[in-house]
Design a protein around this ligand. Sequence first.
Ligand SMILES: [Zn+2]
Length: 418
Amino acid sequence: MADSYDLILRNGHVIDPANGIDEVRDLAVRDGRIALCAKDIPSDSADRVVDVTGSYVTPGLIDIHSHVYPLLPQGAANTLLTIDADTHMLRSGVTTTVDVGTVGWRDFLDFKERVVDVSHVRVLAMLNVASGGMVDMNTEQNPAELHPGITAAVARQYPDIVVGIKAAHYWVGRPFDEIHTPWASVDAGLEAAELAGLPFMIDFCPNHAKPGRSYEDLVTHKLRPGDIHTHVFAQQFPILDENRRVRPFMWAARERGVFFDVGHGGGSFWFRNAKPAFDDGFVPDTISTDMHVHSVLFAGLDQLQTMSKFMAIGMSLQEVVRRSTSEAARLIRRPDLGTLTPGAGADIAVIRKLDGSFNYVDCGKARLRGTSRLDCLMTIRDGKILYDPNGLSLPDWEEAPAAYWKIPFLPTEDEGEQ
Ligand SMILES: [Zn+2]
């Protein structure tokens, strides 16, 4: 008997960087898993066949920097706000996101119950080494509230959810003192990461005015191979010299195995750093949004918009996909994700590339002109179609099955005779 499938995506251009696939193929799904990626899979072997001719089929995208749990915005005391992962990410092809440091150990269980356990998007976490995370940002400023041991213990207890440790926002622009030493949060985060056997992600602000906490020291000495600096193209990092060439220490850091993530957000992405760095060959390891309640409306921020922005900078479609799938999976050490390998969970994005005139903006309120934009046509998680606004998987209404034509709440003939 021929193989049977639940779903076949037919005739899409498959980009699966983990397997080196970049050509038109069919993709078959069975029992929520990738079954086969090959040319000309017989259409009669599937319950449902969706023609995706002219579109790209990629692994479900991975956004390794987001905030999808209520956080305390600056200047809004006592008001906790959040975005919903499903609402904002499924429409951008994202099937996995990593909430980085919104919660510390104190709020982790609530985060698990209210976000991780109920979202259709797979929500993973990098646990903030500060007890209150960004729910209580005061704890990020107080070295007594940095808890490497407890943080690592919680991380070890939930290895399926916690994929890293995060530190952020510590003592920005303030003078160091005996309590607030320059590297307190970095050292605590690294200690937690070491104890948990996980990567460390840092949102960093160097102190240029006084020696003691330089960006160069961070990436060439403090961070370990496999650790991640997010917000690499933010305005405060001296990654370029006066000739707009990438400084040697950045190459040295990359050589050591330090990773660099985009983490766009509302204030952390500047063309004046990203474009010259790209032109000099310095490409970010991963593309991520830093989507949160304040950044989400800014610049139409989502994963595909951020990927489109990098295409406008000069990156190929294949590379922006790779840095949003297999590379992202590599950084968070989840090689089971971001791939269309048979047996993997069937997380899939169907994307189209629109050609035309499109502008992109950065956090310094400057513009870059581009010639294409990526748009999501379909998002599938574990084999289930969760986003299909163009109805690619649906029948035309005239040909819809019997259930479509049934008028609810009318008495049936039997009931009428009673
Ligand atoms: Zn962030």
